[in-house]
Design a protein around this ligand. Structure first.
Ligand code: SAM
Length: 288
């Protein structure tokens, strides 16, 4: 075992990442924690058996369709949805579906918590706003770079509907097609939890511009672009927030490397709208 570990550390990063992904298919702490911790879904009377079924459904979906989010990311989103209150119920919103893998996971949690999931996507892939080599993306923490092309991550409306019917909870979904600059303008529903997986800065800005005002106070906004500094910067951009939303930027937890889900990085980060700071605990290394 020790010599195997030594070999691992000599391998290129890409191969290490591949091995990590494969290993997480065999043993996964996040998964074990989700199955065995009875606090997950307590509000909705979820039992260990129910949580095992959720994992099995997600794994099955991930084995059948391409996904830009992994099991850990999807489970983390589900955990957060299961924390939503059982009395006042609003909507869960996802921007960025691709083939619908994350939508499947969110729809399962939407059903359990008796909410609707609204899915926004062009269903034509990425727009051409930040397309081509002149729009470089840098992920310094991962030591990688590249660029997007328009049409990348395309999943058609029919494909996503089919995948939701086959693997998820289609009846709990409302699907809205179009590029965000048009499709989000008329959004009116109150949002309990927002998941953005839209890759581009321009798309992130459109989502924030039209959806932020609908998110409840203390509501979580997750994004799957935590390692892309170009996108993450918006969460700290005083001028943009002042001009567009008339408030200070909320900041972003997980900037550059994501929250602690996988070994060295995760794609997921978040912010909280007007967080309720009264729930924070005191600690001995800070004066109170
Ligand atoms: C990385 S994929 C989403 C991956 C998906 N969440 C998953 O788990 O597989 C990004 C998605 O965002 C959508 N998208 C990005 N910018 C958009 C825009 N401005 N308007 C509409 N859709 C957009 C693309 O069509 C694509 O489906």
């Amino acid at each position: 075992m020790i010599s195997l570990k030594r070999i691992y550390y000599y391998l290129p990063k890409t191969i290490q990442n591949y091995i990590n992904t494969m290993a997480s298919n065999v043993s996964n702490n996040t998964e074990e924690d989700f199955i065995n911790n009875d606090n997950y879904g307590k509000l909705y009377d979820l039992k260990k058996k129910d949580r095992e079924i959720i994992i099995r459904r997600i794994r099955y979906c991930l084995s059948k369709i391409p996904s830009a989010t992994n099991l850990n990311v999807q489970l983390h989103l589900i955990k957060n949805i299961l924390e939503l209150p059982n009395n006042e119920k609003n909507f869960i919103v996802e921007c960025g579906a691709f083939k619908g893998a994350s939508s499947v996971a969110l729809s399962i949690a939407a059903k359990i918590t008796e909410r609707k999931l609204i899915i926004y996507d062009s269903f034509e892939g990425l727009p051409d706003n930040e397309s081509g080599p002149s729009h470089k993306r840098e992920y310094p923490h991962l030591k990688i770079k590249g660029h997007y092309e328009s049409g990348m991550y395309c999943g058609s409306l029919e494909e996503v509907e089919k995948n939701l019917k086959n693997f998820g909870e289609y009846d709990h979904c409302i699907i809205r097609k179009g590029f965000y600059e048009n499709s989000l303008i008329n959004h009116s529903e109150k949002i309990d939890l927002l998941f953005l997986d839209v890759d581009l800065l321009s798309s992130t800005k459109d989502c924030l511009k039209y959806l932020w005002k609908h998110i409840i106070d203390n509501g979580y906004i997750f994004t799957d672009d935590s390692c892309d500094l170009k996108v993450v910067r918006i969460w700290f951009d005083k001028e943009w927030w002042s001009n567009n939303l008339n408030q200070d930027p909320p900041g972003y937890i997980g900037s550059g490397c994501g929250i602690n889900l996988d070994k060295e990085f995760s794609s997921l980060g978040y912010t909280i709208k007007n967080p309720n700071l009264e729930n924070l605990s005191e600690i001995d290394w800070l004066k109170n």
